[in-house]
Ligand binder design. Sequence first.
Ligand SMILES: *Cc1c(COP(=O)(O)O)cnc(C)c1O
Ligand code: SF4
Length: 343
Amino acid sequence: MTVIESTIQPAATESWQRGLATAVRDPDELLDLLQLSDEWREPARRAAQLFPLMVPRSFLERMEVGNPYDPLLLQVLPLGAEEIVPDDYSLDAVGDQDAKRAPGLLQKYAGRALMIATGACAVHCRYCFRRHYAYGEDPKRLVDWEPAFQVLRKDDSIHELILSGGDPLMLTDRRLGELCALLQTIPHLRRLRVHTRLPIVLPERVTPQLLELLTAGPLTPIVVVHSNHPRELSGSCSDALRQLVRAGCTVLNQAVLLRGINDDADTLAELCEKLVDLGVMPYYLHQLDRVIGTAHFEVAEARGLELIAALRPRLPGYAIPQFVREIAGAPHKVPISEAPPNP
Ligand SMILES: *Cc1c(COP(=O)(O)O)cnc(C)c1O
Ligand code: SF4
């Protein structure tokens, strides 16, 4: 992850930018705030050197004090287990490097191209599949994006542009507006999709200006958020999601199946139901990508299938996410299939 300071403009600091500036980055401070015992300190300090700790205080406030196994904490707490590297784990398990069409532009699937709009995130998820992505090579200034825009302008088979990262909502409204304005001049683009975790971890990011920016142009706006546990969807987070929906965005959620966090049917059912209550459709449940440092989060695929099967009789069909994994080189995310139920 790159340093976030570069995205903060000192003039007109907005509340979400203050939320970033005050995010917790020191493992000792995190453990103190949550009143956790000293046994976690040394491993946390070591693992934070591999991939820095970062968690906004508004996300931290949703954690239970004194509980080292809190499902929100486990997503951000650096652990000694990150140093365990099984043979079949790699740095780029999803084949991002082979999918590059221009600096900052990836394409793996027909009709959709993905821009790594920034390397910065508001939270550092320990299971992140882009933990090791070389963001430093991607464009920073607007002019650096020109080769990517050339590819997009020339290729009229691309109908959807996905802003991803990192987290594209880490960009200021000004920079986002500049990118959107350029995208709107490409006649064959129809949809703008934003892959972001900010509405979940830093809901203040969803401002009237942002809603205007996403919905004002000719491109159909789709926002894919990332929430793994129902407790993430409290208070201001639910307000932010409702606002996105009311403004006219199609809002979808992707979750990652994570050991000790959401690998039980009750948690997943509650997550999916809370999402649909807010107008957010469960989209994907991802099998963990085998990226170095994340092995302790893996749940067996067979267990994932059992969980999906347990959701089916409990929830409306539209509330069940597709359980998928990414296979490098495949032409789409690959569904992990269930056996049909016995009548
Ligand atoms: C996951 C992904 C997409 C989006 O795939 P959908 O199935 O359309 O959600 C697009 N491009 C890349 C490079 C991806 O990794
Ligand atoms: S927000 Fe997304 S890209 Fe950023 S660390 Fe979390 S999973 Fe990775």
